[in-house]
Ligand binder design. Structure first.
Ligand code: AMP
Length: 316
């Protein structure tokens, strides 16, 4: 934590990077860190670069910053285990770059890496950075809101077993800064009719393998037919999360002919090793991966089914 502060203090220009298809934790961490630095070091130039997310656009919408800004700057990459997943890969144009993350590390990148895999959200780490410097730094309501959204979304509203008493302590500090919980619930809970119809489709069409792996596939044509964004389609992974017989489940989305994105989830078996076999990674119980075409689907489904089988056998 002291080291992160040293890096922040060393540079006049700081650029904050996130990952492709950012989620609430990525955007929350980027904006939380941005506001934290801006408020406490008003003379520094701070930028957020990368992609935006409709779901949490109320926090802010990053765009790619111009190239000349990187000269002599520090890039801070948040919530991203591998350099390849960063939405703006120009971090190496910066004078130095560091990483702050909570994913299981699959690759080393950055002059300095602060990785806490016990933190349920990267935003919790950024909030802890503030707490460590609480006597000198202030945290605005804007910063607290961004960080709270990061924690709220990555824990599925404090539901996951990765949540600890520390998460609640951090959240309490953020709430004390004025986070409006009713406003956030409105922002995050309301959905479109198109989304609701897609959920109905997912509920009627998912498949279950012999041993209990549940999955739903959505082709490009299906996503477009429902008129939903890729992000909203991807969020449907939670629709099949509650089947008792199925401790592992996934949604497979055809983003393009060459990229079928897998969102893999578990409430038992460790799944990130399986994800790593398919150009992916992530957490022990929430991972992402990729298929290069649909012909690989059967093999992937068989491996996931085997994983569930072995898990169930290990319980007996
Ligand atoms: P997602 O399904 O996108 O929510 O991803 C679940 C977790 O796995 C997140 O923490 C991601 O950062 C991580 N993840 C997703 N896709 C990949 C990938 N291709 N490589 C490494 N990690 C990934």
């Amino acid at each position: 934590m002291d080291k992160i502060k040293e890096y922040i203090e060393k540079y006049d220009t700081i650029i904050i990077h996130g990952h492709v298809r950012p989620d609430g934790d990525c955007i929350g961490s980027q904006y939380g860190l941005y506001y934290l630095i801006k408020e406490n070091y008003p003379n520094k130039k701070v930028y957020i670069t990368g992609e935006s997310s409709d779901y949490v656009a109320f926090i802010g919408r990053p765009e790619l910053v111009s190239e000349e800004l990187f000269k002599g700057a520090l890039s801070i990459c948040v919530d991203c285990a591998t350099a390849e997943r960063l939405s703006d890969k120009r971090y190496n144009l910066a004078e130095e770059y560091i990483k702050i993350d909570h994913h299981i590390p699959v690759e080393d990148y950055g002059a300095y890496q602060y990785v806490d895999t016990k933190a349920p959200a990267c935003a919790q780490i950024i909030a802890e950075l503030y707490l460590k410097n609480k006597d000198k730094w202030v945290l605005t309501k804007e910063a607290a809101t961004a960080l709270y959204v990061g924690i709220l979304t990555d824990t599925s509203r404090f539901k996951f077993e990765t949540v600890t008493s520390q998460t609640f302590k951090v959240a309490a500090e953020l709430v004390d800064k004025g986070v409006d919980l009713g406003y956030l619930d409105n922002q995050l809970s309301v959905e479109t009719l198109e989304n609701l119809k897609l959920r109905g489709y997912v509920l009627s069409n998912f498949k279950i393998t012999e041993n209990g792996f549940a999955y739903i596939t959505l082709t490009r044509e299906e996503i477009e037919r429902f008129g939903v964004s890729d992000e909203d389609a991807a969020a449907q992974v939670s629709t099949i999360s509650s089947i008792g017989f199925c401790p592992v489940w996934a949604i497979l989305l055809e983003y393009s002919k060459e990229e079928i994105r897998i969102r893999l989830r578990s409430r038992g078996p460790i799944i990130n090793k399986l994800a790593e076999e398919y150009e992916g990674g992530g957490h022990a119980k929430a991972s992402g991966a990729k298929l290069r075409n649909w012909s690989l689907l059967a093999e992937f489904v068989n491996k996931a089914d085997k994983l569930v089988k072995e898990y169930k056998e290990s319980l007996n």
